[in-house]
Design a protein around this ligand. Structure first.
Ligand code: AMP
Length: 282
């Protein structure tokens, strides 16, 4: 595995004639890797001749500075896991190389409705930050395929929109959420949960399963109310439990059972904010 530390090096490396012909798969991450990330690498390896990963904790997508400061860093183990999974190139840029002009006054993307709901509402400017880093990475790497996790459902929709906005030819491949044995979605933030908080964290998955199993056509207020009760019983402080159209993310309070929908949750277990979702097919 080759490790590169700035965008120009990776651009030059990929410009070599024998590399240009390859189908390239890109897996962007913020490090503190787990099996969910490694699964993305494995999916990329199935279809691509060259697999590129990046590790960059992007300051512009954190709207809470303590969340940024406390973000787990396990770089040596990450390098080991990526190499073992067969990654060809790992990009680890510094903030200075990614944002040579600094992080203030960066460009803005027209994300419309997507930026006003759910994560967009609760984490103002978060998706602008995601687009700022992803546009730089996509422009330098120009991967054939980009692998991202359904765990961050709204982020996948935002990045799909970004790909259109910057007229990139990259194809987004959304991969299934990888879970712990008890159902908790794997997340780098899980590392910050104490033993008791980790046990209670299962409440998010149980609430999603509850919604999926009890939802019926018609009004959704009673299933939502029961879901809030259930998640609260695990001592979660809830940002949202919502049900939305799976393609547009429009929030719905009635369901005609032909519509493909997704249940989405964001909630705090102690001071750790966790998100998860589950698609409910008709
Ligand atoms: P992060 O390091 O949290 O920015 O995540 C990097 C990529 O890994 C994103 O595309 C995430 O959606 C994806 N990812 C994170 N957790 C999981 C998971 N449990 N299963 C599948 N993909 C995941």
């Amino acid at each position: 595995m080759i490790i590169l530390k700035d965008l120009l090096s990776i651009k030059n490396y990929l410009a070599q004639p024998q590399k240009r012909e390859l189908i390239t798969g890109f897996v962007p991450t913020m490090g503190a890797l787990h099996q969910g990330h490694i699964d993305l690498i494995k999916q990329a390896k199935k279809n691509c001749g060259l697999v590129i990963a990046s590790i960059f904790v992007n300051p512009t997508q954190f709207n809470n500075s303590s969340d940024f400061q406390k973000y787990p860093v396990t770089i040596e183990q990450d390098i080991y896991l990526l190499e073992k999974a067969g990654t060809d190139i790992l990009l680890i840029p510094s903030v200075e190389t990614l944002y040579p002009e600094g992080t203030a006054g960066l460009e803005n993307y027209e994300l419309g409705y997507l930026e006003t709901v759910l994560e967009g509402f609760y984490r103002p400017d978060h998706f602008q930050g995601v687009c700022q880093v992803m546009s730089r990475l996509l422009k330098s790497i120009q991967p054939t395929r980009l692998y991202m996790g359904q765990k961050d459902y709204q982020q996948c929709m935002v990045v799909k929109k970004l790909i259109e906005l910057i007229s990139s030819s990259t194809k987004l491949v959304t991969c299934a959420t990888i879970r712990e044995e008890d159902g908790l979605a794997m997340s780098s933030r899980n590392k910050r949960l104490g033993i008791i908080a980790r046990e209670k964290a299962i409440g998010i998955f149980r609430t999603l399963v509850f919604i999926k199993e009890t939802i019926t056509k018609g009004a959704l207020d009673s299933v939502k109310k029961e879901a809030i009760k259930l998640l609260s019983s695990y001592d979660f402080k809830i940002d949202y439990i919502e049900i939305a159209d799976a393609d547009t993310l429009e929030l719905i309070d009635r369901w005609n059972d032909n519509q493909k929908i997704v249940a989405l949750i964001a909630a705090f277990q102690e001071d750790v904010r966790l998100i998860d979702n589950m698609v409910i097919a008709s």
